[in-house]
Design a protein around this ligand. Structure first.
Ligand SMILES: [Zn+2]
Length: 236
């Protein structure tokens, strides 16, 4: 399928629609999108949660199981509220650097620099990456030692992603990092081959990418959704 519709839910939450199938990433809050109907109208629904933090995992996703083909949950979610309700055969718990081959989609998990995992998904000819909370968490007020460790941790994970070729990458640009908010996204787009960057986890202020991001030599297309319900269609 050569068309993909992406709708922003909230924080790092997105719905990706291709034909009659859906991927739902890091559902947290959804002020606007008629998700129940969307799921009801779909043939397959695949649900992903990158880690157990409340802004990435909402137990309500467990109530959707009649509509859900498979869940891919970070292993740290295993004992969270609601998860025991999901039929065992419907859920794949993933630690970093694992693979789940479901015929119509291949899921590879990678590491995070916070908790849990990040996801690389191949689906209907599309290569999609969702970073979860994988980021270069450079907090200005932090100790030099912590800042150094955050940089090192991120670079170690990034090295493991450098072979990826992605159509769409969802990546955090957290406004609380102030002028360092795009440090991680920039390094990511310089290292990994990315066609479209979808900025997420803004935590407040929207992000406006510079004219050529990460640089003039290899600019990527950037979308930073602001309002829940905003959508983009990607074609190739
Ligand atoms: Zn988060």
């Amino acid at each position: 399928m050569d068309r993909l519709e992406v709708t922003y839910l909230f924080n790092s939450g997105f719905v990706v629609k291709c034909g009659r199938d859906l991927l739902i990433f890091d559902y947290y809050l959804n002020p606007t999108v008629g998700l129940e109907q969307l799921m009801a109208d779909s043939e397959n629904v695949w649900v992903f949660s990158s880690h157990r933090h409340a802004d990435h995992y909402n137990p309500v996703i467990c109530d959707w199981q009649e509509r859900v083909t498979h869940y891919f949950l970070s292993d740290d979610i295993r004992y969270e509220t609601g998860v025991h309700k999901i039929k065992q055969e419907k859920v794949v718990f993933m630690k970093p650097y694992e693979q789940a081959d479901m015929k119509t989609l291949q899921v590879n998990s990678f590491g995070s620099t916070d908790e849990g995992i990040s996801f690389s998904v191949e689906w209907k000819g599309w290569r999609i990456f969702h970073a979860g909370d994988l980021n270069w968490w450079h907090w200005k007020g932090d100790t030099p030692e912590n800042i150094r460790m955050a940089a090192e941790g991120f670079k170690t994970e990034l090295a493991k992603l450098q072979h990826l070729k992605l159509d769409i990458a969802f990546f955090p640009v957290d406004s609380r990092l102030e002028e360092y908010r795009a440090l991680g996204a920039e390094a990511f787009c310089r290292t990994v081959q990315v066609d479209n960057l979808v900025a997420m986890h803004t935590r407040g202020e929207a992000w406006t990418a510079p004219a050529y991001f990460p640089d003039k030599e290899r600019p990527v297309t950037v979308w930073c959704p602001v309002q829940s319900g905003e959508g983009r269609t990607f074609s190739k």
